[in-house]
Design a protein around this ligand. Structure first.
Ligand code: DC
Length: 222
């Protein structure tokens, strides 16, 4: 039996890939994987338990006692859906994501999301490492200014305190760390479609991806 098709949506922080990937998954009735949430969960769990590095950190990633309930995410029995969204957690996630053994520990967990009728997966290495055979690979970008503004608005809407200048600096640091790490760096897969969303609405980006998907899957409309 051939495996369920995957649409990989990779890109830098605050490029809008989460919102877009979720919408595409809804339109196609596909499953959805937000891989960044797994790194954020390892970050939060290790912060809460005072674990900084080494084998304990890798164990943390291997054993991550997480369960997903629609939009809510439980770590042990604590609802951490909002806690993992803080900038501090994002910065720490980008640090733990540099550790090759942590990435390895999360690999199978990510691949387990691949189920019929299909999967939309967003992250940094979906098209390069986790699902190299993805049927469609999209690399979503936006200018640093647009991304900082979007993240600022996202945090404010959630009632989380934010400072645009500090956010912009954090995003740049995080981009540099994600793009320059030796393992699974943030780079477009050679066979990906690169899409700059700076001047596009969410609907326009979703429609563009669905159009690419229709081309690849033989023109079937969702
Ligand atoms: O997508 P995000 O901003 O929630 O991800 C948080 C961090 O996790 C990001 O800075 C880098 C890391 N990450 C990763 O290394 N690989 C992924 N597939 C997803 C996220």
């Amino acid at each position: 039996m051939s495996e369920a098709p995957v649409i990989a949506v990779d890109g830098p922080s605050a490029s809008g890939k989460g919102t877009i990937a979720r919408r595409v998954a809804d339109e196609l009735d596909f499953h959805y994987l937000e891989s960044g949430a797994l790194y954020r969960l390892v970050a939060l769990d290790s912060l809460q338990r005072g674990i900084v590095s080494g084998e304990s950190l890798v164990q943390c990633a291997r054993q991550l006692p997480v369960s997903f309930h629609n939009e809510r995410i439980l770590l042990r029995d604590q609802d951490v859906s909002d806690a993992i969204r803080s900038e501090a957690c994002g910065v720490r996630a980008s640090e733990v994501a540099r550790v090759p053994e942590v990435r390895k520990a999360l690999l199978q967990r990510q691949r387990a999301f691949r189920m019929p009728p299909g999967l939309v997966a967003d992250g940094r290495d979906m098209g390069t490492v986790v699902f190299p055979d993805a049927a469609l690979k999209v690399f979503l970008t936006a200018s640093p200014e647009v991304r900082a503004e979007r993240r600022y608005k996202q945090l404010k809407d959630k009632g989380i305190d934010a400072n645009l200048r500090a956010l912009s600096r954090d995003l740049q640091d995080r981009d540099a760390r994600d793009a320059n790490r030796p393992v699974a760096p943030l780079v477009p897969a050679p066979d990906s479609q690169v899409l700059d969303s700076s001047a596009l609405s969410i609907d326009e980006v979703v429609e563009r991806i669905l159009a690419w998907w229709r081309e690849r899957s033989g023109g079937a409309r969702p």
